[in-house]
Design a protein. Structure first.
Ligand code: SF4
Ligand code: ZN
Length: 710
């Protein structure tokens, strides 16, 4: 019987042979200067770029890289050889996959296959990874013993919020069983061929490049980062061929344990290569091997509850009932009450239950969560309420969008058939609010109302509450508060990054406002959000305070000691990588271009979102580039030191529409500009600097007359 060494070597040779064959086929059809690129990434062929620093962009360069890959296949029969051969195998796999993308081909536009994940998708994972909402990744290779078991294993990982990638026969197994797949449900069928596994490694190494600011080509640095910070695992179903063994060696050298039922005494490696003959125990064994701790929420409802279901989509034809705030009165509201007014865990339904409506009915719906606690503050009401979206979305078979009195909730037929009813919405909200905010919520009760007249009356009351809250939010400015907060949640991935969160500058992920940070600090005083007193003003225009600098120095462990909250040019705030938008200066127009993660097209900087995003990150200051949240765009503090929002010369159309009302109000109030967004370019106007400047001159954009930025 072959030893582990022999199988790794044989498998890596086979993978290299296939890569050479793919290259020959490509060479027969294309010239050396034909482009080779995965879509929407600034990291070339990420596995190869991360390990070598080589930027492969065409067929000729792809052929050349084979020399390095073969140099990794040393054969001294030392442990070192199987690890480098394993990484070489992953890179050879990437070459085979890259051959499919030569000359702009789109090999994976056949649902459900995914192939390459974009940089935007990797960045989207930033926040859930640091909060533990995604505690890890797993890639399942091969076919499970039965379709039923394949689904059970996948669901088990999903309910533990583990992000699942599929390679090989298991893709057909879950498809046959009608399981929804896609990046949104954290279940991504990569491809049928084993080499598609390189797309998973690509995600892991890009985490190191994007969030960790590891230098491309720092071979050991990348491996150290993935080992310490990327909780990934591999499950390989028998029969496991030599190439899979070689890929497994690659996984292990990145720090990812491999669990398999292919029994062979020769190849057990403690904590790394684990034989588990019982495939129904793969989940348990894998979590143990990678030492993954899970956040558990026990919610008493008849369907699954997990983060993996947050992005699930329920189509009209699959829905049992719908609460549609644009057609019917609907709302959700948190109210603070006195302790005696609240009966803990009381769930009340007023009005008919879901059974009493016709299939497909549009219903009225109000969910009122009343909380009481000695430390509860009314300021926290909106913080809890904004979380309802995620709380309700995590129910399998229920979809939620919007907030306040503009919500839409769809309950699927399958959730209904499993027994999901109105009071279960109450159960979920109770469990989550109590679970997450127990430091301030002593008692919590939920009332679900479907009676149309009662909901209409409640909506009137709720709007008064919302108006009061808005007035309070408007009164919260950087000037009116005497403290800011740090957020260092992203340090799990970006070790020296610190966000300073102020009323007018939310965290760059868009998920942490000043009120959120305040609540987080109250709930967990030694946690990621620490108070920063607004003392020792150095320069109010730049947004510099001594206490802010001290906090940044302390929480970046000395990596940084000086930041300006209101400048993009002078000591700007750092970025981790999970920012919603990236802003960069556009020299020809003397302004800035902002692009959000969702926009995949070109910008007038000659760079896409991914390329602009790669200019900054990993907790490093990069004058001229700044990651930020969407809400910061209309802030009076946006680039205040350089002339504020007047500098914005280009935004993707969809983003512009989203921020228009607030941005126009800010431009009017600060600079007397009417209808400012009509002066800002977008992709329908220009995607290059010349056309943009022409447009800006035509409309008399204010940036053209401001002081030079550089
Ligand atoms: Fe990360 Fe900053 Fe968001 Fe905190 S506020 S989660 S540090 S991006
Ligand atoms: Zn981040």
């Amino acid at each position: 019987m072959a030893t582990l060494f022999e199988r790794v070597f044989k498998g890596s040779d086979e993978m290299v042979e296939r890569a050479v064959k793919s290259l020959e086929e490509v060479s027969a059809r294309y010239s050396d200067d034909t482009a080779v690129a995965f879509p929407d990434t600034a990291y070339y062929l990420p596995c190869i770029y991360a390990m070598t620093g080589e930027k492969v962009t065409n067929v000729g360069e792809l052929k050349n890289i084979m020399g390095w890959i073969q140099s990794q296949m040393t054969r001294e029969k030392k442990t070192h050889d199987i690890f480098t051969s394993g990484i070489g195998t992953a890179c050879a796999a990437e070459v085979i996959e890259a051959c499919k993308y030569v000359d702009g081909q789109t090999p994976y536009d056949h649902a459900p296959l995914w192939g390459h994940c974009t940089d935007a998708e990797v960045r989207e994972l930033g926040v859930p990874l640091v909060t533990g909402d995604i505690p890890g990744f797993v890639v399942l290779i091969g076919s499970a013993p039965s379709d039923e078991e394949a689904v059970a294993t996948v669901k088990s990982y999903q309910t533990k919020s583990i992000f699942v990638f599929l390679v090989g026969g298991i893709i057909d197994q879950v498809t046959r069983m009608g399981v929804q797949t896609g990046f949104n449900v954290r279940l991504v069928p990569e491809g049928y061929d084993l080499w598609a596994v390189s797309h998973v490694i690509s995600v892991a190494v890009r985490a190191a490049l994007i969030f960790g600011a590891i230098t491309p080509g720092d071979y050991d640095g990348i491996r150290e980062y993935t080992f310490k910070r990327v909780n990934a695992m591999v499950n390989a179903y028998e029969p496991v061929d030599d190439m899979t063994v070689a890929c497994g060696a690659g996984a292990i050298s990145y720090g990812f344990p491999v669990v398999t039922n292919d029994d062979n005494d020769m190849w057990r490696v403690p904590m790394s290569l684990i034989v588990q003959p019982d495939t129904t125990k793969f989940v348990e064994t894998s979590l143990e091997a990678r030492r993954i701790k899970l956040k558990v929420t026990n919610v008493d409802i008849p369907v699954n509850y997990a983060n993996a279901f947050e992005g699930e989509i329920i189509r009209r034809g699959d829905m049992q009932i719908e609460a549609d705030g644009s057609r019917k009165d609907c709302l959700e509201l948190v109210r603070t009450r006195e302790l005696p007014e609240v009966e803990d865990h009381k769930i009340t339904l007023i009005g008919p239950d879901f059974d009493e409506f016709e299939v497909g009915a549009k219903i009225n719906l109000a969910t009122i969560v009343e909380v009481a606690g000695k430390k509860m503050q009314t300021d926290f009401e909106s913080v809890f309420e904004r979380k309802f979206h995620a709380y309700i979305n995590c129910i399998e078979g229920v979809m939620h969008t919007g907030q306040r009195d503009m919500i839409r909730i769809r309950v699927s037929k399958s959730a209904y058939e499993a027994g999901f009813r109105a009071k279960h919405l109450g159960e979920v909200l109770y469990a989550k609010v109590k679970g997450e905010f127990d430091a301030v919520v002593d008692k919590c009760q939920v009332t679900v109302v479907t009676d149309p007249e009662k909901v209409t009356a409640l909506r009137k009351e709720a709007n008064e509450v919302f108006d009061k809250r808005d007035a309070r939010l408007l009164s919260l400015t950087d000037e009116t508060v005497d403290q800011f907060y740090t957020c260092i949640m992203c340090q799990a991935f970006s070790p020296s990054h610190v966000c300073i969160v102020t009323p007018e500058r939310l965290g760059l992920c868009g998920a942490v406002s000043w009120l959120d940070a305040k609540a987080t600090n109250e709930l967990d005083p030694s946690g990621p959000c620490q108070v920063v007193p607004k003392t020792g003003v150095i320069d109010e225009n730049l947004g510099k305070w001594e206490a802010v600098n001290e906090a940044v120095a302390k929480y970046s462990q000395g990596a940084l000691d000086n930041i300006s909250l209101y400048s993009i040019m002078e000591d700007p705030m750092t970025s981790c990588g999970c920012f919603e938008c990236i802003c960069g200066i556009e020299p020809f127009s003397n302004g800035v271009v902002i692009v959000n993660r969702e926009h995949t097209g070109m910008t007038p900087l000659g760079m896409t979102f991914s390329e602009m995003a790669s200019m900054t990150g990993g907790g490093v200051q990069t004058p001229g580039f700044m990651g930020h949240g969407k809400h910061f765009i209309a802030s009076k503090k946006f680039m205040k030191a350089e002339g504020g929002v007047q500098r914005i010369v280009w935004l993707p159309k969809a983003l512009k529409d989203q921020v228009a009302d607030k941005l126009n109000a800010t431009a009017k109030e600060l600079y007397g500009i009417e209808d400012f967004t009509s002066m800002i370019g977008d992709e329908t106007v220009a995607e290059d600097p010349e056309t943009l400047v022409e447009f800006l001159s035509g409309v008399g954009h204010p940036a053209l007359g401001l002081d030079p930025l550089m």
